[in-house]
Design a protein around this ligand. Sequence first.
Ligand code: 13P
Length: 258
Amino acid sequence: MSAKKITPWVVGNWKMNPQQQKVTEWISQFDTALNNSPIDEQKCHLGIAPTALALSELKAHKFNRNVHAVAQDVSRFSGTGAFTGEMSAELLKDYQIDYVLIGHSERRELLNDNIDVLKAKLKSALSAGITVIYCVGETLQQREDGQAEQIVLQQICDIASTVGETQWAQILVAYEPIWAIGTGKTASPEDAQAMHEKIRAGLKQLTSQDIPLLYGGSVKPENAVDLATCPDINGALVGGASLQADSFYKIAAAFAEN
Ligand code: 13P
């Protein structure tokens, strides 16, 4: 399968946003956008990672197509038990949440998700049957030092021993250069494509599965078409622009149509 045959994924990461009323408004606006111009599931998968508080509201809404509810995090502890504040993979699954973000740079940098923690979360999510959007990316310093490719490929190799061959079907990789997150500086389509090509080649050494590769970092309606036309970019993980239903819809349409 050529990389472009992979159905794209466009996923919004709402991070620690927004307040309840805005969630309800967003759902209603996105519903209207989908009803007026449906992007079908064959053209583009859609997901939203709201706060844990809003997962159920999103999940309960009947859109005219799948809009997958994605958890922003999962516990490294499995099952149920005395782990205050934690949400296990089994509990997510029990609430029909089938997707989770793991490895986001904000969690790695601000919340001490080191590689041991990430591997434990990954193991737990995969065993519970949850699909993982695994995030990788380099800092500006690493890029300027010419280490971007090595760092990113190492982040993927780090998890190789945790993912069984058939479990690669439960993995999407999101390349999110840290210097492009929330800064308005998107990687150029050429730079993003070049890194995605390397990631794809690296993944080929580990699995025969075709892994969707999402780009994240200041994706907006204005740059979505250029990113969507890159052969190895199979979607986007969208932060700020996903908080506006119309912007998110336009990004999804760009990927669905290219
Ligand atoms: P922005 O789109 O706001 O740069 O955020 C990207 C991101 O971190 C998505 O996970």
